[in-house]
Design a protein around this ligand. Sequence first.
Ligand code: AMP
Ligand code: MG
Length: 496
Amino acid sequence: MTDAATAPFRFDNTYARELEGFYVAWQPAKAPAPKLLHLNRALADELGLSHDALPGDTAAALFAGNLVPEGATPIAQAYAGHQFGGFSPQLGDGRALLLGEVLDRHGRRRDVAFKGSGRTPFSRGGDGKASIGPMLREVLIGEGMHALGIPTTRALAVAATGEPVFRDTGALPGAVLTRVASSHLRVGTFQFFAARNEADKVRQLADYAISRHDPGLADAPDRYLGLLRAVATRQAALLAQWMNVGFIHGVMNTDNMTISGETIDYGPCAFMEAYDPGAVFSSIDHQGRYAYANQPPIARWNLARLAECLLPLIDADTDRSVAKAMEVIDGFPQWFADALLRGQRAKLGLRTERADDATLVEDWLALMEAQQLDFTLAWRRLADVAEGRDDVLRDELVDRAAGDAWLARWKARCAEEGGDAAGRARAMRAVNPLVIPRNHRVEEALDAASRHDDLGPFERLLAALRRPYDAVPGAERYAEPAAREITANYRTFCGT
Ligand code: AMP
Ligand code: MG
C-alpha cells in the first residue's frame, strides 16, 4: 500500500487525546462491497487530503470504513439531549465515529467523522447504519447551505457499503457518509456530563470548547459566561440566516445544536416553498415544535439548557450565576432580530437603516403569506422590480392592488436612499438565491440514485446548488417550485 493510502490525512486528535472519559474508542464496521459514490474534491484539497494518490478501490475502502487511515483514533462521542423537549441522558454516537481532526490549508481545525459506520456502545436499539438516500441528501442540503454562505458541517464523501439496511419501507442500499465539521461539540455534550453531576468534566469540556472555538476567551476571568455568550451570538446569526432562506431544520433537539454555530444533522430538514410561518415537514413533529417560525424561540430554549450546564462555572454564587446567564439568554431574541433585519435589509436592496424598515419587511412577509408566494422567488423577483420589470412579480399576485401598494412603499424607500437601479438589482441578486435545494428536486435525485443506481440527477442538482445566485442557462428547472399538492403532502423522515 502506498504512503498516501495509509496516511491520506495528517491527523492531530485533540479530542481523543485531551478528553479521555468523554468517548469510547471504537472501530467502524466492515463493508462487504465498498463503492465510492461521491467525493468532494475541492473540500478534499482544502483538507490537504492526498486523494489523487488514492487508487479508486482504496478510496472506496477508506470512505466505507474498511481502511482506518494511519493517525486516526476512531471514537464514539458521548452526548445527551432534549429530544422534542424530553431529556435523554444518553444518546451519543450511535451510528457515527469521529476519526480525528486535521488542520486544513487555512490552519483551521476540522473534525473528520463517519456517519453510518455501524453499531457502537451508544446504538441502543439501532443498527448503526445509514442508507444511500439520506446520506446523499446530507450532501445536497449541506453543500446547498454552504454555497448560500451559511455555516454548516460538510460532506466529504459518500461510499456505498454493498450491504442492505432494513427500514420500514424495506431493504435499502447501505452507505457511509464522511462528514467534516469545525467540531462535533453539541449542547448535548455538556448535558451528558452536567446530568451526571460531573462538574469537573463540564469544566474540562468548556475549556476545550473555548480553546477550540473562542481562544480569545482563554484567559478571561468570566470565560464561561463568555462562552455562553459566544455560542448564543453564533446561533443568533445562524438562525437569522436559516430564516432568511426559508430553511426548516426539522429536529432542533439539543444534541443537534452545535457550539461552533454550524448547522448539523440534515435529517428531516426542508426548504419552505410558499411562505408559511407554520411550515413543518417532519413526519414526527406532530405538535409543530420545530415549525419554521418556532425555530428562533427553540434556539433560545436550547441555549437555556446549555446555560444550565454552565451555571456552576459562571459564578460560585448561584443567584449571581443565574442572573448573569439570564442576561445572555434574554439577550438572544434581540441579537437574533438584529441579525435577521440586517439580512432582510440586504435582501430588500437597502444599504441604510430606517426605524420603520422592520414594518416594511413584516408587511412584505404578510403579503407573501396572504398571496402564497414562493418565498425564494418572491425575494428574487424584487430585484427585477428594482430594474423596472414589475410584471415578473405582479404576474404571481392574486391581489394586485395589495401588491402594488406595498411595492410603492418599497420603491419610495429605495428612491429616498438613492443609488442606481442596476447596482441595487445586482446587490439583491447576490443575497437572494435563485436556486435552493427544493424538496421535489432533492427527492428526484435521491430516487434515481437509490432505486436506479443513477447518480446523474444528483450530480446535476449538486452542480446547480453550488451556484445559487446565478441564472445559469439550462438550470432553470432547479429554480422551479413544486406543484402545490407535492409541497402540501411532503413529509421528511428522521434517523433514516
Ligand atoms: P439523530 O436523530 O440522527 O440526530 O440521532 C439521534 C440519536 O439517535 C443519536 O444518538 C444517534 O446516534 C442515534 N441514532 C440514529 N439513527 C441510528 C441508527 N440507525 N443506529 C443507531 N443509532 C442511531
Ligand atoms: Mg443528531
